[in-house]
Design a protein around this ligand. Structure first.
Ligand code: SF4
Length: 311
């Protein structure tokens, strides 16, 4: 339940967005009150397209730093703002750029596939980007005789490798939030709700994915929740997704698998910070032009390959 202070702030942000020609772009893991006033809510792939296609002169990204950087890379003529410059992704930050450059030198014919959860400098030395919603489609289009390095999420990488029956070298990083659930917790929930379907994000480890009725990106999970016949759903991804699921299928019982499934970086963004950010035009997100041009190539390739009809 929102208090009157939050409601007032939400109204003020809606007015400010109009006055200052701001497009408020939010991830599904944002707080519900932020999703409620956003111009667009989506997963990282949909957010990238929405940023590229919006008509406003300023984009405020309610998400972590790599999402804001992606908007800045795709939209050089727009002002991109972050309400919290310290909102970052520990999985993305674990990538050591020198590792990727060394791999490239040692394996000049290999394809480097980078999850969008990477800093711009890593995208700039990658061949193609992907997100959890299109990773299988991207990897499937790489010739079977090419070696692949998948950066940085070892769990998403191993899921795609299993799904496609394809060997890939996996960088060793992972999302700390999606590790905050155990197979035992899921077993207990399934005992309590035997009729429930278990919906799991591929950033979870294999022992969790093995218990899933459905594995998919945030948008995939929401879509499955809405369209599947299951009336009880156990959701294994970040807590922010529960807002969209309850909005889109209020008649279903959706249970977050653990109250620990919270990304503190995503939740560090608040209404107050968004209000301040729009009012003061802070904090600007900038990517050096040479890095932007190089990383744009990997992002554009992702968008192109995703749009292909591969049958
Ligand atoms: S949920 Fe995980 S992958 Fe997403 S921003 Fe948070 S730490 Fe990074």
């Amino acid at each position: 339940m929102l208090d009157s202070g939050s409601r007032r702030l939400m109204d003020e942000i809606i007015d400010l967005k109009k006055q200052k020609d701001v497009f408020l772009l939010a991830h599904y893991y944002q707080r519900p009150e932020i999703q409620m006033i956003a111009d667009y809510v989506g997963d990282s792939y949909a957010m990238a397209l929405a940023a590229r296609d919006c008509s406003q002169s300023t984009i405020l990204v309610a998400g972590v730093d790599f999402m804001a950087e992606t908007a800045a890379i795709l939209c050089p003529d727009k002002t991109v703002l972050t309400p919290e410059p310290l909102a970052t992704c520990p999985m993305a930050n674990k990538v050591v750029i020198e590792d990727i450059i060394k791999y490239r030198q040692e394996h000049p014919d290999a394809v480097i596939v980078s999850y969008v959860n990477t800093p711009a400098e890593v995208k700039a030395v990658s061949d193609v980007c992907c997100t959890s919603s299109n990773a299988a489609k991207i990897v499937a289009q790489i010739s079977p005789d090419r070696q692949i390095l998948f950066v940085p999420d070892q769990h998403l990488g191993s899921y795609i490798a299993e799904k496609l029956g394809r060997n890939m070298e996996l960088y060793s990083s992972e999302c700390p939030t999606h590790q905050r659930i155990t197979a035992e917790q899921l077993d207990q929930l399934k005992e309590q709700y035997p009729e429930a379907a278990i919906l799991v994000h591929p950033e979870c480890p294999k022992e969790i994915r093995d218990k899933a009725d459905f594995i998919g990106s945030t948008s995939g999970i929401i879509d499955y929740a809405v369209k599947s016949p299951y009336q009880v759903l156990i959701i294994v991804t970040e807590s922010g997704i529960m807002h969209s699921i309850s909005e889109k299928c209020p008649e279903k019982k959706a249970i977050l698998a653990s109250e620990e499934l919270i990304c503190p970086n995503m939740k560090s963004i608040t209404l107050e910070k968004i209000h301040y950010s729009i009012l003061n035009n802070e904090t600007l997100v900038e990517v050096p032009e040479d890095t932007r041009i190089k990383s744009l190539s990997a992002l554009e390739k992702m968008i192109d390959w995703t749009s292909r009809d591969t049958g």
